[in-house]
Design a protein around this ligand. Sequence first.
Ligand SMILES: [Mg+2]
Length: 146
Amino acid sequence: MITPMTSSEQVPFPASDATTPIARLREIVEKFVQERSWEPFHTPKNLVMALAVEAAELMEHFQWLTPEQGEAVARNPEQREAVADEMADVFCYLLALSSRLGIDLTTAVLRKMEKNVQKYPAEIYRGYFGPDDPRWPGPASSSASQ
Ligand SMILES: [Mg+2]
């Protein structure tokens, strides 16, 4: 059973994606917001904007880097931690938005991936990013957002 953290509890370590339900992360974020009475600020519009800001902060760490320098970020402890912090910010706002809108993220991801499987058949898209790929051998189609 998942129990909410009290204000005196620390974030439980060690934990990992493999052992932590999304519901537990949602509870941690909800409790953080509740303890600060930030619910009035967490409107869907504000959460979406905050998420976009955090995504931009994440992008800043890769702006102007070569592809090789971008790959090297994961091997630099300081850069890796800074990127992880921004990824967490993005995910926390996504969790808060999903709570606010009552959208189950697991269901949303599974439904969207099923749509993606239908939209991007592997036998056609394997090795190509899509119709704009100069090497594209597949059928012409309208640009599709992912
Ligand atoms: Mg940030």
